[in-house]
Ligand binder design. Sequence first.
Ligand code: F2R
Ligand code: MG
Ligand code: MG
Length: 349
Amino acid sequence: AAPVMLSRFRGALVGSVLGDCIGGEFEGAVDVPLDRVLQHLSALDDETRGDGILQYSDDTAMMRCVADSLLTRMAFDERDMARRFAKEYNLAPYRGYGSGVVQVLRKLASPYLKDVFQPAQAQFGGRGSFGNGGAMRAAPFALAFKSCDDVRKYSRLGAMLTHSCSLGYNGAVLQALAVHLSLQGALAMPTEFIDKLISEMEEMERDETAQFDAKALNLSEFPYCSRLHMVKELMDKKSVSIEEVISELGNGIAALQSVPTAIFCVLHCLEPREGLPEQFGGLERTIAFSLALGGDTDTIACMAGAIAGAHYGIDSIPQSWQKSCEGVAEADDLAHRLYDLYCLPQFEE
Ligand code: F2R
Ligand code: MG
Ligand code: MG
């Protein structure tokens, strides 16, 4: 089973980078006709465009910091991870970071900072960020840890370095668990997969802070569970329009409006879909569908790409797509090293 698992690890991180690079073209767009998406994707086959032409953004920059930190420290080390985020931002501030999170990243650079979770807690008048920045970089937690308990615990803490609102860090846990389950082959049974995620979020949203945040933001009592129930309803429908996905699940920069959406993109594209080329495999369909939603396309495609990549494996990703995106070789290397770490006995529960 080792080669299959390694292929899934590689698929997860390379899929995440591809989603970010390819999805960047439409980030913030309101109406994205499917024709434009397909045109953008077929241009990736044009060999005259040169290697690595599509640049990665903050999604990949921060995902690499998470993976590098877990690999170097062989554990979750909040100070090391925070330092890497700050250093990366300082080196390449032009990667399209969220407008709020940059304040956290600047504070994290201070050598005098005692509590690395404090800058995130000061965001948005003390309410913390509910953006999807914790979720977009969560995939390495799913690869590094064997048990669901550890994936849950460390993806939550890793997100809290920048996102202290429960909507922000719970979105990161949901994304990490989705990748983790997908690595285990759970997408072979889509209904069980979504049911498992619903029961995980039920547990998390019962928490007092989660209940408080949901109320303060005028949301339903169990916001992630409600969205995941909607994912399940949409999964059961024969045909689902782009408009329906946007209105029911969202396509925005908030974790609540993008993590369940990314999960839906993967589930919806497990089968061939009208309007998407017949020759497309599942991962290509997932990326194409994510882009057609518009809104936060780099991040939705990045998260969907990680979940789908973990399911289909590295061989499902066209070489031309891999060649077109910056940072693919580095992501592949990180995936190999995380796989080696995952196989170490001391990394077991
Ligand atoms: N920032 C972007 N895209 C915008 C434009 C980039 C463009 N490519 C360019 O520069 O040309 N994308 C990236 O940001 C998202 C991840 O953001 P993150 O890390 O969560 O940042 P932040 O600042 O914490 O939150 C994002 C925004 O959400 C709103 N928000 C969050 N919490 C809030 C709260 N409690 N109250 C009110 N608003 C809150 C704010 O508008 C934040 O700025 C990804 O899409 C990544 O790709
Ligand atoms: Mg981005
Ligand atoms: Mg984005």
